[in-house]
Design a protein around this ligand. Structure first.
Ligand code: AMP
Ligand code: MG
Length: 410
């Protein structure tokens, strides 16, 4: 029986690869409005003060705060209302002592006003007079010029992933396009004599290809561009040619299946034949996912994922995901979201191996409860019926019902 050599601990596997990867140099200029998930290629500075004018944070009256000092319900201040500052317009009048102007949330203050009195703290006497029932301090209920962000402040660091709020902040400043890193192109080669495309009729012993599509979707989620290269049989030369072609246009390659050590498992051999240094590790101490190949060819990462769709997804998150983010210029790889939950059943494992178990979540009570979904690991529906995954750490021989665990959400 052939054996795995160089079995790596899961937490050092990506670290072993990372120093051999060079982030891409190419950049794209994209519209800010469609930059969600892209990685900034430079730091981006604020071109102007935001807000550009003093804005009210309340509906009420802009006032000179001094005119309200000492005002209370028992002894209100009387102010003359001399006008209104409409939304989207500047005040064309000044406030003299004892005067106020109607103000709206987000609107400009009247000239010479330095605070806003909430409408709830006033009493209208007639169209042109109000009582102020509480004093306001200078600056109260006002957003100052540049209080959100100042000219020259860094809005986004280099290597950040653009989020919805970043798009909003950039466009608020009139930054309508930005420079981002090119998306890493990730070529996918699904291997296996038994595979047919999803739109084909399956004959006896055949199955439809799942991994090309789950891996493509995961690549997109990490900001990569998936490129389907081939559905190749378990045949050395055919796989090698598909991979050599892929290396011409792609920044990384992912093989699915054939990553173990039987005579029908060819991806390690194929990866080794593509160039130097070839395979750098074969085998990772996780379940599912032990038969994994990690290689480098001409500075590009090449992965051999196990064919079992659940294993492929687990290993993808562990190795391929951080590699795509790193190639794509991301300087802080986002961690997957997790929640704390109480385990409902024991999960057996063995020390020296990291286990990943899909769980469904009941979030109705105070603390979420995680129910392990046991099943043969080649069942894609164990993932579909679950909401997250629990890791049994390398040094533990299991987790007990009632233990607090971190559930990694999909
Ligand atoms: P292997 O890694 O080649 O030993 O394959 C492990 C299991 O995954 C086998 O049951 C394969 O039939 C299955 N498998 C391999 N490739 C795929 C694929 N692309 N989609 C779905 N299942 C697959
Ligand atoms: Mg196979």
């Amino acid at each position: 029986m052939p054996e795995f050599f160089n079995v790596l601990a899961p937490d050092v596997a990506f670290e072993a690869l990372k120093p051999m990867l060079t982030p891409l140099d190419d950049r794209d200029v994209v519209l800010t409005s469609s930059a969600l998930g892209r990685v900034t290629a430079d730091y981006i500075c604020s071109p102007e003060d935001l807000p550009a004018f003093k804005r009210s944070t309340m509906d009420g009256y802009s006032v000179r705060s001094r005119d309200t000092f000492g005002a209370s319900e028992g002894l209100p201040a009387y102010l003359e209302v001399v006008g209104e500052v409409r939304m989207g317009e500047a005040a064309d009048f000044r406030l003299a002592v004892g005067q106020a102007a109607k103000a709206y949330t987000g609107g400009m203050l009247a000239r010479d006003a330095d605070a806003v009195v909430m409408v709830e703290r006033t009493q209208m006497l007639d169209e042109t007079a109000i009582e102020v029932l509480r004093a306001v301090a200078p600056g109260e209920n006002v957003v100052q010029v540049g209080e959100d962000v100042r000219t020259g402040d860094t809005i986004l660091e280099k290597g950040s992933i653009v989020r919805a709020q970043d798009i909003g902040g950039l466009l608020a400043q009139g930054v309508t396009s930005i420079t981002v890193c090119r998306k890493p192109r990730v070529g996918i080669i699904s291997t296996g004599d038994e595979l047919v495309p999803p739109d084909a009729q399956v004959g006896p012993g055949q199955i439809r290809d799942i991994n090309t599509y789950t891996i493509s979707a995961l690549v997109e989620q990490c900001g990569g561009e998936p490129i389907t290269l081939a559905l190749a049989p378990d045949e050395f030369e055919e796989q090698r040619i598909a991979a050599l072609n892929g290396l011409l246009s792609c920044d990384a390659l992912v093989f699915s299946a054939g990553s173990s050590v039987s005579s029908r498992d060819l991806t390690a051999e194929v990866i080794d034949s593509l160039g130097e240094p070839g395979v750098i590790a074969h085998g990772i101490s996780i379940k599912p996912g032990k038969p994994t190949v990690m290689g480098i060819v001409d500075g590009k990462p090449v992965f051999g994922l196990p064919g079992n769709p659940v294993s492929a997804m687990v290993v993808f998150d562990l190795l391929v995901r951080p590699a795509i983010f790193h190639l794509g210029g991301c300087l802080r790889i986002p961690s997957l979201p997790t929640i704390q939950a109480t385990l409902e059943r024991d999960i057996p494992s063995v020390a020296g191996r990291e286990d990943y178990i899909p769980v469904s979540l009941d979030q109705t009570g105070e603390c979420a409860r995680a129910m392990p979904i046991f099943g043969k690991s080649n069942l894609i529906y164990t993932l579909i019926r679950s909401e997250g995954i629990v890791k049994v750490p390398l040094d533990k021989s299991g987790l007990y019902a009632g233990e607090a665990v971190r559930v990694r959400l999909y």
